[in-house]
Design a protein around this ligand. Structure first.
Ligand code: NAD
Length: 270
């Protein structure tokens, strides 16, 4: 029997970090190697899941085969740089990066296997796949509008998943979300530009995340929707991705690669 894959969790005491620790504990093929939190977090130096929580990403990644990261953009950049230096694989689900940070992240894929997923849920990745197929089949007569709903504490908007779904639809139409995305509407906005991809954001309560892609035609409409009731499927998907990633050569990967879904977009997590 091969040794269990050693996992470092960055953002270990956060909402997702907690569920990742539980998912690792439930999977015999992986084991927790180290936990990282932000300097100054009250949990640093204390025990969680049988390990002492640290705030030094270099020491933490060196003890692992692969990192699973759900934190904040600055923490991801620091831990990823340490992983690239140490030659340790890295799977990140953090969202909210600036375009400059995006480029900085992707540079590290030359050194290590790096997986970015705006959403680690297998079902959401199937939703993205279906959205691409629907875009191909429906053609230009249907307007694409994406609506997302998340808990009140979410820091970034729209969600990384909504942006990724928007990019998926735009790419299937041979363009980019940067060119056709409409991320907010207010006041005298005029007619909807042809080919626009709209994204609307709702916030409230403790909702782990909902995404609906509307294809609005004349006299009819399709909705492709995913609703999360827990964070456990994100954590399970991240553990699955981490196990897959340790056997890959350096490069930039997505959940579509893990799941064999073909081109469904990279799941950029901005
Ligand atoms: P959270 O605020 O509960 O957790 C983030 C954690 O990161 C906190 O514990 C915080 O203390 C920690 N942190 C801050 N600075 C750090 C540092 N320098 N080093 C290490 N840790 C540090 O947030 P959350 O709900 O767990 O979400 C975290 C991220 O994951 C967000 O960007 C969110 O959008 C994203 N997310 C992605 C998916 C997915 O499937 N890809 C799913 C859910 C959430």
């Amino acid at each position: 029997m091969s040794a269990a894959v050693r996992i470092c969790v960055v953002g270990a005491l956060g909402r997702m970090g907690e569920r990742v620790r539980a998912a690792v504990a439930a999977e015999p093929a992986v084991t927790l190697a180290s936990l990282v939190e932000g300097p100054g977090h009250p949990g640093v130096g204390r025990e969680a899941s049988g390990l002492v929580v640290g705030d030094d990403p270099e020491a933490a990644v060196a003890a692992a085969d692969v990192v699973i990261d759900f934190s904040v953009p600055g923490a991801t950049l620091a831990a990823l740089a340490a992983a690239a230096e140490a030659g340790v694989a890295y799977a990140t689900g953090t969202t909210g990066f600036t375009p400059d940070q995006e480029s900085g992240i992707e540079r590290h894929a030359r050194a290590i296997p790096l997986l970015r997923a705006a959403n680690f849920s297998v079902a959401v990745n199937v939703l993205a796949h279906l959205a691409r197929i629907a875009t191909d089949l429906l053609g230009e007569g249907f307007d694409a509008e994406i609506v997302e709903l998340h808990h009140a504490a979410k820091r970034d908007a729209p969600s990384g998943t909504a942006l990724w779904l928007g990019e998926t639809v735009a790419a299937a139409r041979g363009t980019s979300l940067e060119k056709v995305g409409v991320l907010s509407r207010e006041g005298e906005i005029g007619e909807r530009p042809p080919g626009a991809v709209g994204i609307q954001t709702l916030r409230g309560g403790d909702n782990p995340g909902e995404h609906t892609v509307h294809f609005v035609g004349r006299g009819e409409r399709i909705e492709l929707a995913h609703r999360s009731f827990t964070r456990d499927h994100f954590a399970a998907g991240a553990v699955r991705a981490a196990r897959w990633l340790v056997d890959q050569p350096p490069g930039l990967y997505s959940m579509a690669d893990v799941l064999g879904l073909g081109r469904a977009g990279s799941g950029r997590s901005r």
